[in-house]
Design a protein around this ligand. Sequence first.
Ligand SMILES: Cc1cc2nc3c(=O)[nH]c(=O)nc-3n(C[C@H](O)[C@H](O)[C@H](O)COP(=O)(O)O)c2cc1C
Length: 176
Amino acid sequence: MNVKNSLSESEVLKAIFERRSIRSFTNSPVSKELVMKILEAGSWAPSGLNNQPWRFAIVWDSELKEKLSKLTRYSRIIEEAAVAVAVFLDHDASYDYIKDCQAIGACLQNMLLAIHDLGLGGVWIGEILKNKDKVRALLGLDDKLELMAVLAVGYPSRRDQKSARKSLDELIVFEQ
Ligand SMILES: Cc1cc2nc3c(=O)[nH]c(=O)nc-3n(C[C@H](O)[C@H](O)[C@H](O)COP(=O)(O)O)c2cc1C
């Protein structure tokens, strides 16, 4: 069966509501196969003109991961994670900066939902963007690539995270 098309709507909604940011991980390694599935889920996000402006850098190596972790105040999270995935915008593929950033947001959310669905945990690290050029240099990547976020991924050491959302009353600004 095609994994992409096999989820019923209720499973998708369950994942949307139950996913939480995971910031502490066990020592268990994550297989390359699972990471590829996460990237594949990201790559099926919508994008303007289907331009697919996202690019991925996968950091498994613990020394490199440690260097990457030093570029954010959330270093412990990246150090603990089995793998870090940096997501970039490729300016060569870009046609509209805001729309491309929105597409990459959709890509990141697809990845987080896939991480959750696969029994893994992850968190979107945005704080590292203050050092986006240093991240690109550390990975030896071309300057046409702009860092959008790093996802820390691993097996969760706990699953009791709580979060809250504003009520819809606070969010709906117009209805007729
Ligand atoms: C753009 C963006 C940037 C974020 N940056 C960080 C970050 O640097 N460090 C972190 O621990 N969490 C970060 N997060 C995760 C949020 O804190 C988290 O999604 C929010 O508190 C809601 O919790 P939940 O994901 O468990 O529902 C970020 C999320 C987004 C969407």
